[in-house]
Design a protein around this ligand. Structure first.
Ligand SMILES: C[S@@+](CC[C@H](N)C(=O)[O-])C[C@H]1O[C@@H](n2cnc3c(N)ncnc32)[C@H](O)[C@@H]1O
Length: 229
């Protein structure tokens, strides 16, 4: 196994370990930038496409899937972490289904369904796992479908390091002390995100940079790619 594959594995190890504090953090709406900006931004980006069906990839405890069903959308959520999938199922309604699947399993064809929109909300953290997922998106989308990705804005997260793709050390700074063992994550430049779309047969349909109302800085980057009709 390469160092990079090992880092990809550590991401899931960390989410398994931190599932309980994550559920508490989301239930308590404790992440200020989500409450102020990014939750509404991703809901608006998805609902603007007027999908009948959405696949929420790396759905966590399911807040986004639940929210989208209130817009009369059928949603399937997948996540590799059993505790998070169980939490999502506990609160689920008739328009929601959840499957415990890793991105590798999803990319390998474990979900024989197609959707109008695939959404990834702050859930694309690795390298190989994410590359494989992008390669599989066309097979998961209906004609004319979209992949919508919200991620931390690369210019905000780059810090003092060189503005170049690469693994970065993880941190739970700003989260409660209940979190431990942060996993490394794979930094991608804005250009690399766009290339990932286009190299996998998608066209860039929209690029948004929602601003934090207090700092005036970008709170996230939202990319939308389409496979065309
Ligand atoms: C920051 S959380 C975001 C959760 C949710 N999308 C939200 O908006 O609250 C990242 C999620 O991605 C999931 N995840 C990361 N890598 C994954 C992989 N390779 N396979 C499946 N799930 C993964 C984690 O389990 C975690 O639930």
């Amino acid at each position: 196994m390469s160092d990079s594959e090992f880092s990809d594995k550590k991401i899931l190890h960390s989410w398994r370990k931190n599932a309980a504090p994550w559920i508490r953090a989301i239930d308590g709406t404790t992440i200020a930038s989500r409450k102020l900006v990014t939750d509404a931004a991703i809901v608006a980006a998805v609902t603007a496409l007027k999908p009948a069906s959405v696949l929420d990839i790396g759905c966590g405890e399911g807040w986004l899937a639940r929210k989208l069903t209130s817009h009369e959308i059928d949603v399937c959520g997948i996540d590799a972490v059993a505790e998070l999938v169980a939490a999502a199922r506990r609160q689920s309604g008739p328009r929601e289904i959840y499957r415990q699947l890793s991105y590798a399993e999803l990319s390998g064809g474990a979900l024989p369904l197609r959707f109008d929109v695939l959404v990834c909300n702050f859930s694309l953290l690795g390298r190989e796992s994410v590359n494989a997922l992008f390669a599989a998106t066309r097979g998961l989308l209906n004609p004319g479908g979209h992949l919508v990705v919200q991620t931390l804005h690369p210019l905000e997260t780059c810090g003092e390091a060189t503005y170049r793709d690469g693994w970065r050390a993880g941190s739970w700074a700003g989260f409660s002390e209940d979190f431990s063992d942060p996993a490394p994550w794979y930094f991608r430049t804005v250009g690399s995100w766009v290339t990932l779309l286009t190299e996998n047969g998608m066209q860039l349909a929209a690029l948004r940079e929602p601003l934090h109302p207090e700092t005036g800085r970008p709170a996230s980057l939202i990319l939308s790619g389409t496979v065309g009709g």
